[in-house]
Design a binder for this molecule. Structure first.
Ligand SMILES: [Zn+2]
Length: 80
């Protein structure tokens, strides 16, 4: 057996088998309503979900702060 390759293949929807489209790094969507988020895995989209990017601090030192953007899910509230 060859050495295992890095997982480089396109993420495929577990529901319908189509290729998922990336919206942000770590967040992909499929047309059938399934989405995938890093750390959370697959889930079904609902109409009240809003996808956004948020900056998170990954490293803090004396005079510099490192941040990265991570996808987050917000939920619409009725009557907002
Ligand atoms: Zn799908």
């Amino acid at each position: 057996m060859a050495t295992p390759k890095k997982p480089n293949k396109k993420r495929v929807c577990p529901n319908c088998g189509r290729k998922m489209v990336q919206q942000f790094i770590g967040l992909k969507h499929c047309k059938c309503g399934v989405s995938w988020k890093k750390d959370e895995g697959y889930f079904e989209r609902t109409p009240d979900m809003i996808f956004a990017l948020e900056r998170q601090v990954t490293k803090k030192s004396k005079n510099s702060i490192k941040t990265k953007q991570v996808p987050i899910i917000r939920y619409k509230h009725n009557g907002d």
